[in-house]
Design a protein around this ligand. Structure first.
Ligand code: ADP
Ligand code: MG
Length: 513
């Protein structure tokens, strides 16, 4: 452990400089506590459910009654292995639990069981996009530990209470190298990490309830200088506050240095009401905690077979899935990032592609063309409707993959145009919760949404509109491209939106050539 800490400096060599703030380079490293989604605690059988009456979920082990002994929860170890596999880490075949000693009323044992010198998950990296740029943040480690209880300050009676329900809740603490160079990059990292732990299902990711808490270590330096002294912003539990807190901290540190004061290593808290960070305590060093191996727990041994078994049960990771979508369908980076932002979103997209094969209507279209159209509808119209209806998951939308594909295919084969699909067909599908297989075609028929394919009738409309808008026609002939749009608009209106816009365009250009 001390080895990794001392080599931070060396490991920064050769890494690109980030955007400078007032001539300073920003350096950020994260420590994230992800609460593991086990039913029971890491070393006892008490429940981990959130929100119970104080002290109803603290058993003798959590209360540190004499004579009790911790017993490792296998589910917590499995989740740590899953995480390690997801981020390409080394899973230590043998890791060791250690006691981190400190005194606090919500820590009845007087020490926290954690891992120190030999953590279970070592190395690995988290990869994500910051705008167009691919970033990779290296992980130092991820270790298992228990959470402490909570002190409840009941100001109205002037007393503090201790709730030990949270004591012994399993945590995975995920530590990065100081690889991030801006608050935006830090937030993008945190979002990606959040996506990974929720995707693989080891953590519910609920930030309000504290299931995913980030500590941001921030320092600044003039480019080329050694790493500056860091301050650690504790317990950031929203992405918005994370960005605000880091930005404030950067400006504060730069001002201090510019005013000739040295930065003191400290732990600070962010106050969302004032938007400021404030020192809580000067930072302890590892030596202050008097770490030593916990004699109550044997080393944690993980066989290669166990790792293989866990690997075999894991679903495809978002990053791998995203790469597959790019490879197989040629989708742009933005689309795949959005499609893999949640398992249910990816699931719906894949369900659509599967339904294509089940549709009897033969269409001359490549899979990648279809995939792009499906992605557009999902991320455009469907996402907008979900937003409006406050629906969070694609599992909860009132249209099925089959019907979305039916709609897309009818656009592709020219039966309906995009505009009608957006303005009439989809809203009706959404409201009516279609069930039977031919429902979309029935709707197109019943509502008379078919695109005008009768060239004669369309030509008549085109002629009428040209005659009635002689000025626009003349302007277009004189070289004003925009004047064509006005004519197209009029024709679409006259056809009640059922003309094929491409056909209208072609006809107009032909007649006005
Ligand atoms: P602890 O907080 O337990 O003392 P470490 O020394 O291992 O832990 O570092 C904690 C975090 O601080 C890591 O994420 C690391 O990347 C980050 N860090 C270390 N040095 C700096 C620095 N100079 N500036 C910003 N972050 C740093
Ligand atoms: Mg720390």
């Amino acid at each position: 452990m001390s080895e990794t800490v001392n080599t931070f400096e060396a490991q920064q060599q050769g890494r690109p400089t980030g955007p400078l703030v007032a001539g300073y380079e920003v350096i950020i490293g994260f420590e994230t506590h992800a609460q593991l989604s086990t039913q029971s605690k890491i070393f006892s059988r008490a429940s981990t459910a959130f929100g119970a009456e104080p002290n109803t979920q603290a058993c003798a082990v959590d209360l540190a009654l004499p004579g009790t002994l911790p017993v490792m929860n296998k589910g917590a170890v499995e989740r740590a292995i899953q995480f390690g596999l997801a981020v390409g880490s080394h899973i230590a075949p043998r890791s060791v639990f250690a006691r981190k000693n400190y005194f606090y009323p919500d820590l009845p044992k007087g020490y926290q069981i954690s891992q120190f010198e030999i953590p279970v998950v070592q190395g690995g990296s988290v990869e994500f996009f910051l705008g167009e740029e691919k970033k990779s943040v290296r992980l130092v480690r991820a270790h298992l530990e228990e959470d402490a209880g909570k002190s409840l300050h009941e100001d109205f009676i002037g007393q503090s209470g201790i709730d030990l329900n949270r004591a012994g809740t399993p945590l995975l603490e995920i530590v990065t190298e100081p690889d991030m160079r801006s608050s935006a990059e830090a937030v993008a990292y945190a979002k990606e990490l959040h996506k990974i732990v929720t995707w693989i299902g080891i953590c519910d990711g609920n930030m309000q309830e504290g299931s995913f808490r980030c500590d941001a270590n921030v320092s600044v330096r003039k480019p080329g200088q050694p790493l500056g002294t860091r301050r650690e912003i504790k317990n950031l539990n929203s992405f918005k506050f994370m960005q605000q807190a880091i930005d404030y901290e950067i400006r504060w540190q730069i001002e201090e240095i510019e005013d000739g004061r040295a930065i003191q290593q400290a732990t600070v808290l962010f106050n969302p009401d004032t938007g400021e960070t404030r020192a809580m305590r000067t930072k302890e060093d590892a030596a202050d905690y008097r770490y030593f191996p916990d004699p109550d727990l044997p080393p944690l041994c993980i066989s290669e077979q166990w790792v293989q078994d866990v690997r075999g049960q894991m679903a495809e990771l978002p990053r791998v899935m995203a790469e597959r979508f790019v490879r197989d369908y040629g989708l742009p980076e933005y689309d795949v990032t959005m499609l893999t932002s949640h398992p249910h979103t990816a699931e719906f997209f894949e369900a659509c592609l599967k339904e294509v094969a089940n549709h009897p209507s033969a269409i001359a279209s490549t899979t990648s063309q279809l995939a792009k159209l499906i992605a557009n509808w999902m991320l455009g119209e469907l996402a907008a409707r979900m937003n409006k209806a406050q629906i969070e998951s694609f599992r909860a939308i009132p249209v099925t993959a089959w019907h979305v594909v039916s709609l897309v295919l009818r656009i592709l084969d020219g039966t309906i145009n995009n505009k009608t699909a957006k303005e009439v067909l989809l809203p009706t599908m959404w409201d009516e919760r279609l069930t039977h297989a031919t429902a979309v075609d029935d709707l197109i028929e019943a509502k008379g949404l078919k695109q005008m394919n009768d060239t004669g009738a369309l030509e008549a409309i085109v002629d009428e509109v040209i005659a009635a808008n002689a000025k626009n026609a003349a302007e277009f002939k004189a070289g004003n491209e925009k004047a064509l749009n006005a004519l197209v608009g009029q024709i679409m209106k006259a056809s009640k939106g059922k003309a094929n816009p491409q056909q209208v365009n072609d006809l107009l250009r032909g007649k006005l050539a």
